[in-house]
Design a protein around this ligand. Sequence first.
Ligand SMILES: *Cc1c(COP(=O)(O)O)cnc(C)c1O
Length: 404
Amino acid sequence: MKYIKKKLTIENVKIHDIAKKFNTPTYCYSYSQLKKNINNFKKNFKTFSPLICFAIKSNTNLNLIREIKKFGLGADVVSMGELMMALKAGINPKKIVFSGVGKTSNEINYAIDKKILLINAESKSEIREIDRIAKIKKRKIQIGIRLNPNTDAKTLSQISTGKKENKFGVNEKTFLQLVNYCKKSKNINLECLSVHIGSQILDYKPYEKMLHTIDKIIVKTNHKFKFIDLGGGMGISYEDNSKKLNYSKYNIAIKKFLKKNSSKIIFEPGRSIVGNVGYLISKVIYIKENDKKDFVILDAAMNDLMRPALYGAIHKILPSIKRNQISKKIYEFVGPICESTDKFTSLKKFQKLKENDIIIMCDVGAYGMSLSSNYNLRPKPAELLIEGSKIKVIKKRQKHTDLM
Ligand SMILES: *Cc1c(COP(=O)(O)O)cnc(C)c1O
């Protein structure tokens, strides 16, 4: 994405033209960025060629998942719907792992029937349930157990998952008991230890600490794990000159771990694959003047992009056409929804905007559209995939009649 003759351009397409042709709000994704991210991810860990399972919850668009599949990635799913979507996109079941704290019997049944690689169990009760269903089906099921390593991922508290007060995984003591339970079971084959300590992690040290914890626990279990699933969580830069995750240090820590443990590594990245691939194009409906700040009222709202309202996340905003005049007042970018949290960000010294101007919000490819809703009975935006000068509609805009 860059300005060419003052016009903001994704690959070879001007944002302004997209807005005119496809209307707003609209999500669009850059294919070349997607390709770059996947290739970089592979390159960062190429010495031990991990199985990379894309976290479907970060972006559930069928056509986008199809593209991701073409690079050989598998999927990490957290519901039956996501599992169905991954299969529909053509992902090999032997590259699918199923995570989540509350898988229902129905979901476990389905996952077993589809012969996926691993069900990563997160509690005693869940393992008993898998055991029960497997016995009825006279099958031996490959599972993983998710460990809660009690590691602070040093990220937003709302997206931290690996501390002992978080609901995810089991603690060390339970983990050790469950390993013994699995060893005795005729219907369960314990093949994986899994962890996922949080999202938007920018410091490699929590990962290093997590590996150290896993290492110690593996020794205590005296069990050979075929797979070690390290989860996802690799952070991206939402703001200019923000910190970057040191992949090389993470890679070194894993290689050190693998010297003692010869397991296959699984990753479950979501954000790092699709986050900076997506943009949300929106139009300024009104500018409402106020004492200290002006409200820029957009046609995109918290139902289209929930992260700011849900986590206080900030997305960079850029005008589609660059002009020189700067606003003297602070702009508060808001949506039309009847909630005070329907607000994106406040910016000083933004370029002076007019009604009907087009802006974009950046880095919305992960947890953007997938977290969207129909709140206020607003139809969901269209989604486009851009490759060079080609624009493909990969999901049509919802119509009001779809909602009635
Ligand atoms: C959400 C989630 C991921 C993906 O996290 P990112 O931060 O998007 O990489 C991976 N594994 C599990 C179990 C998850 O819940």
